[in-house]
Design a protein around this ligand. Structure first.
Ligand SMILES: [Zn+2]
Length: 266
């Protein structure tokens, strides 16, 4: 059972504060977070799937935002649909987001450019993986591997990409994640404690000696590899560890996720 007292939400303008208040009102929030139920309690009277016309999600609302309709792409996996619904709910609840119709594209849903779209994304990520609940599953101070990320992803009903990014951004250890497609880097994310610079950039091939180039997953065991394959040793005055530990999850259609870590004391 979830509940929402909308009066208490009315003046909150930061996505994180809104979610903190929703969590305060629901100390026993179940996971996966019941996103549709929360949207209905917030005033969204209709939530439906539509065959995409170039948008991932749409919010239509009245000027006083007492009622809204959310539409989401019927053709994407359920975790992405949940993220889209959370994003549109963010536009609905964030008081400065005022517009009769929000049409949100796939790019809007992954933007890192400051603005309404990023705020709606922050709201959705925070609501679907609330920090306190996530810390219970995967504490920022402890080590984790891809098997843990998969367990958290399945528990929270989120995508692999958003789950691992969220765990890494809060980790108090040296972790990096490399997202690749057909053995070329798409993008990377780091924890604050991963201070070394990677040898790969966007569009670089994965390192020749890395097991990430293989078409088999390794999510429980770490592969030890000489650090220079992954870490840029041309920086002066930076002492690099001898080894990097890597794990890779092979996904569909040539997509892979590679998790990297090292011991800063090495
Ligand atoms: Zn949007």
């Amino acid at each position: 059972m979830v509940a929402l007292d909308l009066i208490e939400l009315a003046d909150l303008v930061r996505p994180e504060d809104l979610v903190a208040e929703i969590m305060r009102q629901n100390p026993a929030m179940p996971v996966p977070v019941p996103i549709e139920e929360l949207a209905r309690l917030a005033g969204i009277s209709k939530i439906s799937a539509f065959e995409t016309t170039g948008f991932e999600g749409t919010l239509i609302t009245n000027p006083e935002k007492s009622d809204g309709h959310i539409f989401y792409n019927s053709r994407v996996p359920r975790p992405r649909q949940r993220f889209t619904i959370g994003h549109e709910l963010g536009h609905f609840l964030l008081p400065w987001h005022r517009q009769a119709t929000f049409n949100c594209s796939a790019d809007d849903l992954k933007t890192s450019k400051a603005g309404w779209e990023l705020e709606a994304n922050r709201f959705s990520a925070e609501l679907l993986m609330p920090q306190a609940l996530l810390a219970r599953e995967c504490s920022p101070s402890r080590e984790f591997d891809l098997a843990d990320v998969i367990r958290v992803r399945d528990a929270f009903g989120t995508s692999m990409e958003s789950t691992i990014r969220r765990i890494i951004e809060r980790s108090e250890r040296a972790y990096a994640v490399v997202f690749s497609h057909e053995n070329k880097v798409r993008y990377t994310n780091f924890s604050e404690y991963f201070t070394a610079r990677l040898t790969v950039r966007k569009d670089s091939p994965l390192p020749a000696k890395s097991l990430s180039r293989l078409d088999t997953s390794s999510t429980d065991d770490w592969n030890e590899i000489d650090a220079h394959w992954w870490l840029d040793d041309s920086q002066r005055g930076v002492t690099l560890p001898e080894f990097v530990y890597e794990q890779t999850l092979v996904q569909d259609d040539g997509y892979k996720v590679t998790l990297l870590t090292y011991d800063p004391e090495d």
